[in-house]
Design a protein around this ligand. Structure first.
Ligand code: GLU
Length: 291
């Protein structure tokens, strides 16, 4: 028994050390912003409600390196996650009081409409069709559509090259629509981008398409397997923070915070701690669209 106990102790220590090492290389996203002390908000606003409740539900991606990826400790990390944490902090909510909800491309509008999340920060392109159902603060970043191919593929270098070819993308995403409607690809749909990686590796599809920064995260993980077809992008994907359609006060407030993050260095730090480790062109906050 004593021996068993010792072995177990050694194992536990080893597991703990491993977890520590893994969390160190996974990148925690740096220190979380300090929550505001007793911030006050006008009665009846969403800000007041969330601040009083002391918690917030944030929808994000769980499978996208650099922007939103769930770590081994069960917590997501990435640029979107840092933006979410910074907004929560302004409401007086610490990172430990955020409930992270996985939103995939197809369920973001529904999750907002149903109140399953308070906001969505999830590589979420602002567009008019989506604005029929939800509102967007931002943009806080501008990505663009690109193509990911196997490292040995030299035949696809531009979107025109995928005409009639099988391309994997995600249901409910803007790139899935664009690649079919504008470039005549045959869409192989998936629920999440990470589900496209094996079909590409096995050559069941010839390319994966979505935003350049999402694809850059996959190349960073497997540089020997995949590459971007080109450095060029062929759409504009301005990322917004999704919220309930009619909540103009909350939308204005989030927009004010984004502008404040640009001024006080929060935006820069959020980038440098996450996507900036791989993507060398640091963004500045795009002009906020206060529609
Ligand atoms: N930004 C695009 C979109 O919102 C693609 C990325 C994604 O699916 O999250 O549809």
């Amino acid at each position: 028994m004593a021996l068993f106990g010792t072995k177990k102790a050694v194992l536990t220590a080893a597991t703990a050390a491993l977890a520590l090492a893994l969390s160190a290389c996974g990148g925690s996203g740096g220190d979380s912003p300090k929550p505001a002390d007793n911030p006050s908000f006008a009665a009846g606003t969403t800000m007041e409600k969330l601040s009083k409740a002391g918690s917030i539900k944030i929808g994000t991606k769980f499978d996208q390196p650099l922007f939103g990826q769930k770590g081994l400790d069960g917590k997501p990390v990435g640029f979107d996650v840092e933006i979410g944490k910074a907004l929560a902090a302004k409401l007086g909510i610490g990172a430990d009081k955020i409930e992270w909800v996985e939103t995939v491309s197809a369920n973001r509008e529904a999750f907002i409409e149903q109140g399953r999340v308070d906001i969505v920060v999830a590589t979420y392109t602002i567009n008019d069709k989506r604005k029929e159902k939800v509102a967007f603060a931002g943009p806080y970043y501008e990505a663009g559509q690109a193509l990911l191919v196997n490292k040995d593929n030299d035949t696809i270098t531009k979107p025109e090259d995928v005409k009639g070819k099988k391309v994997c993308s995600v249901t409910g995403s803007t790139p899935a629509t664009t690649i079919v409607e504008e470039y005549g690809a045959v869409l192989v749909p998936a629920a999440k981008y990470s589900d496209c990686l094996e079909p590409l590796r096995n050559k069941q599809v010839e390319a994966i398409t979505t935003d350049n920064v999402i694809l850059a995260g996959f190349v960073d993980k497997e540089p020997d397997a995949f590459k971007l077809a080109s450095d060029q992008t062929f759409t504009k994907e301005p990322y917004g923070i999704g919220l309930k359609k009619d909540d103009t006060e909350f939308r204005n407030w989030i927009n004010d915070q984004l502008e404040a993050f640009e001024k006080d260095g929060t935006y820069k730090k959020a980038w440098e701690d996450t996507a900036g480790k791989v993507i060398k062109t640091a963004p500045s906050l795009p002009a906020i669209d206060r529609y």
